[in-house]
Design a protein around this ligand. Structure first.
Ligand SMILES: Cc1cc2nc3c(=O)[nH]c(=O)nc-3n(C[C@H](O)[C@H](O)[C@H](O)COP(=O)(O)OP(=O)(O)OC[C@H]3O[C@@H](n4cnc5c(N)ncnc54)[C@H](O)[C@@H]3O)c2cc1C
Length: 495
């Protein structure tokens, strides 16, 4: 009789950072049988996805506000044998966004494609059939490329020999995805406002529609094809519910304990060092931005300079305002467009400054979570896209931008907003960098401003050090909640 061999014990794993990707990786590795410890600099989890309150009863999600592909969160609960609904609930948004154009036109982006297309025909004069045709093509592009570019490592030869990839490559020429995103939109639509509306999707990963490749015009499919969602209680509940799951699975979180060094010997990671102690780990996953991971935690290791020098994505300047009034014409997501989009992006990515007439995004969670503001009041998260931090005079830029934002929003709504402000907090690229270690405070790691960007992002593993992996917005497949969740999936599969 042959003796049954018990499986080799799994290596204990350290995760550096409790951002959404770090938390998701912790869940996946715990499910694979690893003993997982998450080290986090801050005294709480979430990274960019944290929450805070302002005096007067206002709660804010500090970072992300738009949520797509909720199935990626559900998947983690299902993998753990839990019913997602018992832990994490969300609703599909309809309408999704209220658009305010510089010429005074207002447009509602309805979740229902036909209804949205009819709205575009009525307000902008573009035939509904053109909009539906464009969205269909965007859906086809998404279906052809999703599995290859988002769900797998682009840095393993095996990826290139799968049936999915051959299918994706064969489909590309027929999808009309050459040139830039803006060129694609400008050739699909004559109305400059509609082009601006679709160009805006470049900002979903911090890019410039005038440089980003046309492949990014599949992003509208996420919102208009699959849907935009709102988690019960706000975006923070994504991190909160997944940390709950991780803890149930035995993951240990060590808050207020930044990792100072990744320890190595003979081209293999051996552990991490913090101020408190030295810990042995055969597996280390960094959820810290890849640039400071190399510069600060691995100072004596050769760094992949070309990858680390890729241009950064945009950052953000956010005003969090407690507003003593309700605005019936506003919804959860609201966009007040600039007059000259090309000039706005040239300011951000060319001159590395803030446009004097920026597009303003206003997110108001109290529209759906009434406890986020006192009755009759609203919690405004007011965001402007700005360059990443390169030592600009942010104090001055905050002052001028605040004035421009107040003027634009007040003019559009026909109400002086400044006298309604009861509470205020500002987060700028310096603060984002300081709080999360994101290089330059970039929201999405490196930008997607060239056709090869997807391939130039850092892989999810180290080619030099055994046992070292990377997850989060600064590595493949990129920034934003869904892609961060996918990076966790890729890391778990690679391990
Ligand atoms: C203002 C703003 C708006 C955004 N809007 C959206 C949106 O609408 N939709 C969307 O999908 N995405 C949005 N994003 C992007 C999204 O928030 C990020 O892509 C995502 O949350 C990044 O997650 P992450 O796992 O990479 O880690 P991060 O959130 O960057 O967290 C990294 C964590 O690692 C910790 N850490 C760093 N170094 C160390 C160390 N040495 N030791 C221990 N811990 C360490 C940090 O403290 C931090 O908690 C937005 C981001 C911001 C800031």
């Amino acid at each position: 009789m042959t003796k049954k061999r018990s499986p080799a014990p799994k290596q204990p794993a350290a995760i550096i950072g409790a951002g959404i990707a770090g938390i998701a990786t912790a869940v996946r590795l715990a499910l694979k049988g690893h003993a997982v410890t998450v080290f986090e600099t801050q005294d709480t989890f979430g990274g960019k996805m944290h929450q805070f309150s302002l005096p007067g009863g206002y709660r804010f999600d500090a970072g992300p506000s738009l949520f797509t592909l909720p199935a990626l969160v559900d998947e983690l609960f299902r993998l753990a044998g839990r019913e997602p609904q018992d832990h994490f609930r969300y609703q599909r948004l309809d309408p999704i966004t209220q658009y305010f154009f510089a010429d005074g036109t207002r447009l509602t982006a309805w979740a229902d494609k036909e209804k949205f297309a009819r709205e575009v025909e009525e307000k902008l004069g573009t035939p509904a059939a053109d909009v539906l045709g464009f969205l269909r093509r965007s859906g086809r592009a998404y279906a052809a490329t999703e599995s290859t570019f988002l769900h797998k490592s682009l840095h393993k030869a095996g990826t290139y020999f799968s049936a999915d990839v051959l299918k994706a490559v064969a489909a590309l020429p027929g999808l009309g995805l050459t040139g830039t995103m803006h060129q694609r939109h400008a050739s699909a639509f004559r109305d400059a406002r509609l082009v601006q509306l679709f160009d805006r999707f470049a900002t979903y990963n911090g890019s410039d529609p005038y440089q980003a490749p046309a492949t990014l015009s599949l992003i509208p499919h996420l919102e208009h094809g699959i849907g935009a969602f709102y988690p019960e209680g706000g975006i923070y509940s994504i991190a909160q519910s997944l940390v709950g799951l991780a803890e149930e699975l035995g993951v240990k979180f060590r808050y207020s304990e930044p990792v100072l060094e990744i320890l190595t010997a003979d081209k293999q990671v051996t552990g991490v060092r913090t101020e408190q102690d030295v810990y042995d780990f055969g597996l280390v996953v960094s959820n810290m931005d890849v640039v400071p991971t190399y510069r600060r935690l691995l100072p004596t290791q050769p760094a992949p300079e070309r990858t680390l020098r890729q241009p950064r994505s945009s950052s953000a300047l956010i005003f969090y305002w407690g507003v003593a009034r309700e605005f019936a014409e506003l919804g959860l997501h609201n966009i007040f467009f600039s007059e000259d989009y090309r000039q706005e992006f040239a300011a951000i990515f060319g001159q590395k400054t803030v446009s004097p007439d920026p597009t303003v995004y206003v997110n108001i969670t109290s529209k759906l979570t009434s406890t986020d503001a006192p009755a009759g009041h609203e919690n405004w998260f007011v965001m402007v896209n700005v360059p990443h931090n390169e030592g600009q005079d942010w104090d001055k830029l905050i002052q001028t931008t605040r004035r421009a934002v107040l003027d634009k929003v007040s003019r559009t709504l026909g109400v002086a907003v400044e006298p309604l402000l009861q509470a205020e907090h500002v987060w700028d690229p310096r603060g984002i960098e300081q709080r999360t270690s994101s290089f330059g405070g970039a929201l999405y790691g490196s930008s997607s401003n060239n056709a090869l960007a997807a391939f130039l992002r850092h892989p999810n593993f180290s080619g030099k050090l055994q046992g070292l992996y990377f997850c989060g917005g600064s590595v493949h497949p990129g920034g934003g909640i869904p892609l961060c969740l996918l990076s966790a999936k890729i890391v778990a599969e690679l391990i």
